[in-house]
Design a protein around this ligand. Structure first.
Ligand code: AMP
Length: 192
């Protein structure tokens, strides 16, 4: 299996690049943000619990997203691999993911970490907010909260994979095509 963590702050381009990468490498896209928004749309109990935190730009509890991911691993047992997008977002989630994969005789192949300066992220998210319909993209103070949550809780996840020799940093500035090329170069190098 080819199991990739596409990592980076909100607005780094993870969703856009994931869509192209799953086509190229025939992977299953697991975006916890998309899955949580779908729970909200379906007005499930889980969605109702997550909504307030998401609207404030805070992370939802680890056990909620870990449970969602474990279900997806089981539902896609014959997949060629996964792209994890927006997960893991804490070191506890990263450890839980390592364990869940190892219980299935699998492991993360590589983390691809997109690097984009903060002012560019805010510009991109406000732009996206005009069309995404996402309430958490509309308001600059919520966007700043999300970036703060990223710095405090999520950035350390990169060290977790660096210690495993799996961290690849990718310049996230430039055209979608340029960034895609950088990602595929890195993936082809680890795949070979
Ligand atoms: P995203 O679509 O990845 O930007 O996620 C949108 C929101 O969903 C985040 O601001 C969090 O509130 C929540 N969320 C998504 N993935 C996670 C995760 N792995 N851990 C905790 N909260 C998450």
């Amino acid at each position: 299996m080819l199991n990739l963590v596409l990592f980076g702050p909100p607005g780094a381009g993870k969703g856009t690049q994931s869509e192209r990468l799953i086509e190229q490498y025939k992977l299953v896209h697991l975006s916890t943000g998309d899955m949580l928004r779908s729970e909200i749309n379906q007005q499930t109990e889980l969605g109702l619990r997550a909504r307030k935190l998401m609207d404030e730009g805070q992370l939802v509890p680890d056990e909620v997203v870990i449970g969602i991911i474990e279900n997806q691993l089981d539902n896609n047992a014959s997949a060629a691999g996964f792209i994890f997008d927006g997960f893991p977002r804490t070191v506890a989630q990263a450890s839980a993911l390592d364990q869940a994969l190892s219980a299935r005789n699998e492991a993360i192949t590589a983390m691809l970490a997109l690097q984009v300066p903060e002012e560019e992220l805010i510009k991109r998210l406000l732009e996206r907010g005009k069309e995404s319909g996402r309430s958490d993209d509309q308001d600059e103070s919520i966007i700043r909260n999300r970036i703060q949550e990223y710095e405090n809780k999520t950035a350390p996840v990169a060290q977790h994979y660096e210690q495993q020799g799996k961290l690849h940093t990718i310049n996230g500035l430039g055209s979608i095509e340029d960034i895609y090329q950088r990602l595929t170069n890195a993936i082809d190098a680890v795949k070979a």
